[in-house]
Design a binder for this molecule. Structure first.
Ligand code: AMP
Length: 190
């Protein structure tokens, strides 16, 4: 059972690559962004609390996210592996994930860090905004999300590098070429 974190800036292809990996390896997928958007749609208390942060391009507070992950993990019984997508996004979230996994005598096995140039990220997110109508895929919010990524999320790469599980993956080019780079890392995990 592999615990994988698909990591990278907004627009780096985490969701796209997760879908391919689910199909290719039969992994389960846990996207905090997808869960939060479903909570907003359901007008739950969590959804109401999260909406203003998401629309402003800010991170939802760690306490809400960590509680949410704890609940979701209790409900999931992944067999082959679990892809964490969009989580952790802060060092306290990474520490909380380690603590949760260690309770089950397991750990994060690999962090797949999709690296894409900033102008390409903006271009991809604007295109997605036109196609999906996601409320946070507009230029002002995209710029805020990238700022937040650099300030609060990117430092996690160092956290995982110190644990020896961080893998930089070139995230530009054909989707299948990027998948092949990720698959090489996963297959080497054994
Ligand atoms: P995503 O779909 O992963 O791009 O997430 C969309 C938005 O949901 C982010 O810009 C944040 O506002 C919020 N969000 C998703 N995951 C997290 C997380 N792990 N911690 C805090 N906020 C999150």
């Amino acid at each position: 059972m592999l615990n994988l974190v698909i990591f990278g800036a907004p627009g780096s292809g985490k969701g796209t690559q997760s879908e391919v990996l689910i199909a290719q390896y039969g992994f389960d997928h846990l996207s905090t962004g997808d869960i939060l958007r479903a909570e907003i749609k359901a007008e739950s208390e969590l959804g109401k609390a999260a909406k203003s942060y998401i629309d402003a391009g800010q991170l939802v507070p760690d306490s809400l996210i960590i509680d949410m992950i704890e609940k979701v993990l209790q409900e999931r019984q992944p067999k082959k592996g679990l892809i964490f997508d969009g989580f952790p996004r802060t060092v306290p979230q990474a520490e909380a994930l380690d603590a949760l996994l260690s309770k089950h005598a397991t750990a994060v096995h690999a962090v797949l860090d999709l690296q894409v140039a900033e102008d390409e990220l903006v271009e991809r997110l604007l295109k997605r905004g036109q196609e999906s109508g996601r409320s946070d895929d507009n230029l002002e919010t995209i710029k805020k999300r990238l700022e937040v990524y650099h300030a609060q999320t990117a430092p996690i790469a160092q956290y995982y590098a110190q644990k020896g599980v961080h893998h930089a993956i070139a995230g530009s080019g054909a989707i299948s070429d990027i998948t092949a780079r990720i698959a090489a890392v996963i297959d080497a995990l054994g």
